[in-house]
Design a protein around this ligand. Structure first.
Ligand code: BDP
Length: 694
């Protein structure tokens, strides 16, 4: 049990359930011919053989007796099914009686719908549910559901905590590691339908024929599973691999170069999804190098992919090296004036918060800032700022918080959420796209830890249905990954649901942010104030001094609050009405500021850091009690990681409190343990082995 099987762990069901399953589906078929149908048939055979603990054969013709049959509505036309509204990728699972027999039917408009329905059926069983009475209709709300790999061509994964890149460029295209197929299965099982293979800090080399041939080989493996391949486009590629002197998007030669290059890509990969671009951000080249704007750059690429049906995902993660600016405001300032200037096939990819994947941020104001531009969400599945792979933090709750956040009010007084702001112009979908920065690598368990698999899983689920609740998702995942027994699920799901808040408490409570150490972002570094750019320094973000702490983004401060809708602006402009979780994001307050709890701000900060550590202690106790339900190998690894998390939660608490004690000149309130070392000790610690150090 090394975690390799993810949510495709087709363990045998308990004996009573198996009896029920066997009687309901004594014969099984998946109808149809295509490669995707073949994948569905194969998955059904593998899955049911495991769950039923016998060799299950899956036929290709309408089965007899009590049976399970899957296929497109066309293939199933003999059954006179009422067709449900499943759209181009959805499915319907129903039970019916026909001539005295029970038929369980998985029906879809498309082959990929049949595959998704097959996974849904198997998952239903893995969650210990009966087949009798099964009724399930599901279709994705979101059109493009993508993983973004930050994988370099040398297989280094930027912000990767799970080994090397899965893509073995050297052995591609001739050797197709079976893992590529398992990757596609795992993703199809959660509805992911796109993958951007390469780092946003892009290397133009991937657009050369040698690499395109390799990317095409991956695309061939993924295609039956409904997954399209995308690549990151380095803006200066026309210079670097095209021999041109400029990459100016308004230069005709540059435009022609991208068109030819794009046509070439489509020759290799006929269903290529399109480009993901990081431009004029953190040193990456972009249109502003030529005095052009983001729309000029994005539109040039959009025109190149448009004839092939491709899209361009243009990232809004931009901020200038100007210390007079509040970094939180900059994406809005750059993109809102360009509203309406982007081509229809451009999606602006916005990180969930205005800064950078912090344990907690308010949602990015861009989501409510534009009207005529398609926006898509970028979440970070890999836990760059939440303790890497050894801290257990279930991110479903964080993403749910963003997706459900009220963002806008209509003239009629209706409140629209962030999800509502990502509307699709394709009638088959309500949301256009969601991307998650992958946490996947060559580690046997794929994600660096077992519980980080839950974040990959939750991303897929929430991309499929942004209104899905995080708790249901956690429950499904835990049931399929470990066991559906309630004695296990109840405490473990509760632990998962509180886990991200524990991280917030011991790292950056009350709206604090970006206190992580420099470069690798491993551990605390609130004292750092000497980096090349002001907005890379934690001290820039917390602004703590003798008097108080917090970033004043109110109307008398940086006024970032004005980028939000009036009802939010009003609420967040006043510390008294700002929720505690965002207090120091929007306000700089005296250490003596009186909190709703009756404590002073200083006492409250100490209380939260302490509470974070206590939460991790409680998580360890919960996990210890789960030993009877989990195989020894996975139980032990998770227990060890939780021990690391507790140690590091304490380190965060002690280092931050030691630093804030020094800055504020205050002692800890009675009853709290004084940090065992002074700030200099914490400052002096270095971590050359931390991933991301290079
Ligand atoms: C930051 C990461 C950096 C990424 C950047 C991005 O530290 O490695 O390149 O985001 O999203 O969070 O482009």
């Amino acid at each position: 049990e090394d975690g390799y099987d993810l949510w495709l762990r087709y363990e045998q069901a308990p004996v009573e359930l198996r009896a029920d399953y066997n009687s309901q589906i004594s014969s099984i078929a998946v109808l149809g011919q295509g490669a995707t149908i073949a994948a569905a048939r194969q998955e059904m055979a593998t899955g049911l053989s495991g769950i039923l603990d016998r060799t299950v054969t899956v036929g290709t013709a309408m089965p007899r007796g009590n049976a399970l049959v899957a296929g497109t509505y066309d293939e199933l036309s003999g059954l006179d099914l009422e067709s449900a509204d499943v759209g181009p990728e959805g499915y319907a699972i129903t039970q019916m009686r026909r001539n005295g027999r029970v038929l369980t039917v998985i029906a879809a408009e498309s082959e990929i719908g049949v595959l998704y329905g097959t996974f849904a059926f198997l998952q239903h069983l893995l969650q210990g549910e009966p087949i009798a009475g099964m009724e399930l209709v599901s279709r994705p709300a979101t059109e493009h559901r993508l993983l973004n790999h930050w994988d370099n061509l040398d297989r280094y994964v930027e912000r990767g905590y799970a080994g090397q890149s899965l893509w073995d460029w050297h052995k591609l295209p001739d050797y197709l590691d079976p893992r590529y197929t398992d990757y596609a299965r795992a993703n199809a099982a959660i509805g992911v339908n796109g993958t951007s293979l390469t780092n946003v800090n892009a290397n133009a080399e991937v657009l050369t024929p040698q690499y395109l041939e390799k990317a095409a080989a991956l695309a061939d493996v993924f295609r039956p599973y409904g997954i399209k391949v995308y690549l990151t486009a380095r803006f200066s590629a026309p210079i670097e691999i095209g021999g041109l002197e400029t990459a100016d998007p308004l230069d005709e030669e540059v435009q022609a170069w991208w068109q030819t290059k794009t046509d070439e890509i489509y020759n290799y990969i006929p269903d290529f999804g399109g480009f993901l671009v990081k431009a004029n951000s953190e040193g990456q080249p972009g249109p502003q190098d030529y005095d052009r704007n983001h729309a000029d750059g994005a539109n040039m690429l959009a025109d190149a992919v448009a004839p092939h049906g491709g899209i361009v995902m243009w990232r809004a993660f931009v901020y200038a090296a100007d210390e007079t600016q509040d970094r939180a405001k900059q994406a809005w300032e750059e993109f809102v004036p360009l509203d309406g200037e982007f081509r229809d096939n451009v999606l602006i990819q916005v990180k969930n918060g205005p800064i950078d994947f912090q344990p907690r941020e308010p949602f990015s104001p861009l989501f409510a800032g534009v009207e005529d531009t398609t926006l898509m969400m970028e979440f970070q599945i890999t836990k760059e700022y939440l303790g890497f792979a050894t801290h257990l933090a279930y991110l479903g709750t964080m993403w749910e918080e963003t997706l459900d956040a009220p963002a806008e009010r209509t003239g009629e007084g209706e409140t629209l959420t962030v999800t509502d702001m990502m509307v699709s112009d394709n009638d088959d979908y309500t949301v256009s796209a969601m991307a998650g920065v992958a946490n996947i690598g060559t580690d046997r368990n794929w994600s660096g830890s077992i519980f980080d698999q839950a974040n990959w899983y939750a991303f897929g689920r929430l991309a499929w249905d942004p209104e899905q609740d995080a708790e249901t998702v956690a429950r499904e995942w835990a049931a399929m990954t470990f066991t559906p027994e309630a004695e296990f699920l109840d405490p473990v799901v509760e632990m998962m649901m509180g886990s991200r808040e524990a991280v917030v408490d011991y790292m950056t409570p009350l709206g604090l942010h970006h206190l992580m150490a420099t470069g690798h972002h491993y551990g605390p570094g609130p004292w750092v104030d000497d980096l090349g750019r002001p907005d890379w320094n934690p001290a820039y973000y917390h602004k703590a001094d003798e008097e108080g702490i917090g970033f004043d983004r109110s109307s008398t401060g940086s006024d970032a609050v004005s980028q939000y809708a009036p009802f939010l602006r009003e609420q967040w402009d006043d510390p008294a009405t700002t929720p505690d979780e965002l207090l120091l994001w929007f306000h700089h307050l005296s250490w003596d500021y009186e909190m709703g709890s009756g404590r002073t701000l200083w006492e409250e900060i100490v209380f939260y850091y302490e509470r974070g550590v206590q939460k991790v202690e409680a998580m360890r106790t919960t996990w210890d009690e789960m030993a009877p339900y989990v195989d020894a190998e996975r139980h032990a690894q998770i227990a060890d990681f939780l021990a690391i998390q507790e140690k590091e939660a304490r380190w965060w608490r002690n280092a931050c409190l030691a630093y804030f004690m020094e800055v504020s000149g205050r002692d800890l309130p009675d009853g709290y343990d004084v940090p065992p070392h002074d700030v200099d000790y914490y400052k002096s610690r270095h971590f050359p082995s931390a991933p991301g150090n290079g």
